[in-house]
Design a protein around this ligand. Structure first.
Ligand SMILES: Cc1cc2nc3c(=O)[nH]c(=O)nc-3n(C[C@H](O)[C@H](O)[C@H](O)COP(=O)(O)OP(=O)(O)OC[C@H]3O[C@@H](n4cnc5c(N)ncnc54)[C@H](O)[C@@H]3O)c2cc1C
Length: 602
């Protein structure tokens, strides 16, 4: 009776607050457009909404955002940080697929990987893992050294700070954080697993520090910083759009799929799009800015005649500019190692989704549901001593149930699923334990994105070409050996830790624990960690692999920029959301022709 009452109360509060938390109503989105706008932003994702906010600060310009998806703000269930994996494979996800992989995905059906990417206002920040990671000083210094003037670590750091509203006071490198920006960042580390894990990493010689501080030197282990404010996901729409949606000079349209940038005499003059089944077009007085993500921006450029000449000609698309769009696709991969623990201190759904935790979440923004999917710590290591920067990131996931919500998304073959997850899902009592995601952060393998057809609604051909470079596998194996050391520490013994062995068809005949067997596991099981980048690479005009210049202008076309994750010259060391916010903050200054941040040290 008591449980029933508590559950009913929890549900009542949940329903009431879900209406309270809605911050948009359908009439706030435009269906009748001006003939022209100063700036047209294509894509209302992480980058697009930063630009919408910053460009519309100037009251004398008009700004339009066109987003293909919906306003997802009426689905507060996805704002629960613990629910992050549940938002995948929903209406808020494009659900792309890779082509069959030659060197990886041996455990997936037809060797095809599923690629979630966010669709709707907020883009991938609607469904991402919320981890806030900036990358290393070396990443940006290398961009600058390779001709991207203005993009060194010291020059971009103020733009990271501009986005941020750091809510914590302890354990952070204060000098490298700021308060008052649109995106709230909190420490979401909660479980005893995480506390002990930090000790374990220290035991093998790494220091606990703030991986987003320390002058951009990441090496070491840190607690999880996540885009969580008041216990809720602070997606890009909540942080950047909600506070400015009433501005008269800002129009935002949803369900508006842009099909082409209109380019006349090498000048972008507007866009065509389909809204609610009707073809429409608007003109740009100043610029069109593509922020449609690493897939969308590259696809749109090619549909508009900007791309590799041979490919466009083959599809009958008139070539406006012959540029290597989609030719340098890169992505990070993750591979899970797992351990069971005797002490019942990890997350399980039964412990997280209790009536009390629902109440705590909705009433106070506290409790276990505010953990971002049990992602609790990041470790950055150099497995290659000659590397200038970490090459492996270890993400602690303090549960064995993470696949309960997302294992179907990995597209593993049935017999692989059975071998990996039966012990979790076939038992009544879910085992206690944790996973460590080994992430390859400096992949050498490079893939491509190409159009499947001239139809803008056809998904492009996505070939990340994972693990094509044998060096990537070697790095992976060194990363796994590092985890093995970690799992043997005295600290982790306190939890009664035992390593879970992998036993999957296809790798059973290899010598147990040999490098050959680990290679087999990695080639079967490693999957995307959802960071496609570099499809519209930034570089100096002299760089034949670059699509945009360091001002993010598409080479040879005026009035057209790309500002999102796709412009990264190389993947940053870690998750890509924070760097994308930074890119868009800086892009806004480049477009407005003013510097809104104080240089470092001034
Ligand atoms: C499942 C998942 C988990 C992730 N976890 C993390 C994490 O924990 N931490 C982290 O740092 N990063 C994470 N990322 C990556 C991070 O979210 C992205 O790098 C970042 O959001 C990229 O921003 P963007 O602006 O380039 O693209 P997006 O945020 O994806 O936005 C692109 C927008 O453009 C829209 N669009 C596309 N085509 C068109 C078109 N033709 N017309 C109109 N609109 C269009 C899309 O619908 C989308 O809203 C994750 C990503 C995913 C998918």
């Amino acid at each position: 009776m008591k449980t029933w009452l508590a559950t009913s109360l929890g549900i009542l509060v949940a329903v009431a607050t879900s209406y309270y938390f809605r911050w948009t109503t359908p009439h706030q989105f435009v269906r009748n457009f001006n003939k022209s706008y100063d700036y047209i932003i294509v894509g209302g994702g992480a980058a697009g909404l930063v630009l919408a906010n910053r460009l519309s600060e100037d009251a004398d310009v008009t700004v339009l955002v066109l987003e293909a998806g919906n306003s997802e703000s009426d689905k507060p269930v996805y704002d629960i940080p613990y629910n992050a994996p549940k938002a995948q494979m929903t209406e808020a996800d494009w659900i792309y697929r890779t082509v069959p992989q030659k060197h990886a995905h041996f455990g997936m059906k037809d060797k095809v990987g599923i690629w979630p990417q966010g669709k709707g206002l907020g883009g991938s920040t609607l469904l991402n893992g919320l981890a806030y990671v900036r990358g290393s000083r070396h990443d940006y210094d290398a961009w600058a050294a390779n001709g991207c003037e203005g993009w060194s670590y010291d020059e971009v750091l103020p733009y990271f700070l501009k986005t941020e509203d750091m809510r914590e006071t302890d354990g952070f490198d204060e000098e490298y954080h700021s308060r008052g920006g649109p995106i709230t960042i909190s420490d979401t580390t909660k479980s005893e697993v995480a506390q002990v894990y930090l000790e374990a990493v220290e035991e093998i010689g790494f220091k606990v520090h703030d991986c987003n501080g320390n002058n951009g030197i990441q090496d070491g282990v840190c607690r999880m910083q996540a885009i969580v404010g008041g216990g809720q996901r602070c997606n890009a729409a909540r942080g950047f759009l909600q506070p400015v949606l009433e501005r008269n000079n800002l129009h935002v349209a949803i369900q508006s799929h842009v099909t082409k940038v209109r380019i006349e005499n090498k000048q972008a003059v507007g866009v065509e799009f389909i809204q609610h089944g009707r073809k429409k077009s608007v003109a740009a007085k100043r610029e069109v800015i593509l922020s449609a993500g690493s897939v969308g921006s590259a696809q749109l450029l090619m549909l508009s005649g900007v791309g590799p000449k041979d490919h466009l000609t083959e599809l009958g698309i008139p070539v406006v500019a012959d540029l290597p769009v989609g030719s340098t696709l890169r992505d990070h991969m993750m591979f899970f190692t797992k351990a069971d623990i005797k002490k019942p201190v990890s997350y399980t759904n039964a412990k997280v989704f209790t009536p009390l935790n629902w109440l705590k979440y909705y009433l106070f923004g506290t409790g276990l549901m505010t953990s971002n999917a049990a992602l609790e710590s990041q470790t950055f290591i150099r497995t290659d001593p000659d590397s200038k920067t970490p090459d492996i990131q270890l993400t602690l996931v303090s549960t064995l149930e993470e696949h309960g919500d997302s294992y179907g998304h990995f597209n593993y073959r049935d017999e692989i699923n059975e071998a990996l997850f039966q012990s979790i899902h076939g038992l009544d009592a879910v085992p206690e334990g944790f996973s460590i995601a080994v992430v390859l952060i400096q992949p050498k393998s490079k893939g491509s994105l190409r159009l499947a057809s001239r139809d803008p609604f056809d998904y492009p051909i996505l070939d990340p070409n994972y693990l094509a470079d044998p060096e990537d596998v070697k790095t992976y194996i060194r990363g796994v050996r590092h985890v093995q050391k970690l799992l043997k520490t005295e600290a982790l013994k306190k939890l009664g830790t035992t390593v879970r062995t992998i036993d999957i068809p296809g790798c059973r005949e290899k010598i147990p624990d040999s490098d050959e067997q680990w290679e087999c596991f990695v080639r079967h099981l490693a999957t995307t960690i959802y960071h496609p980048a570099s499809t519209c690479k930034m570089g100096p005009l002299s760089d034949p692999t670059a699509v945009v210049d360091p001002q993010l202008r598409v080479k040879g076309i005026s009035g057209l920029r790309v500002a999102d994750c796709s412009v990264m010259p190389n993947l940053t060391s870690g998750n890509t959301m924070a760097p994308t916010f930074m890119i868009a903050e800086k892009a806004a200054d480049l477009i407005r022709g003013k510097v809104t941040v104080k240089p470092r040290g001034s």
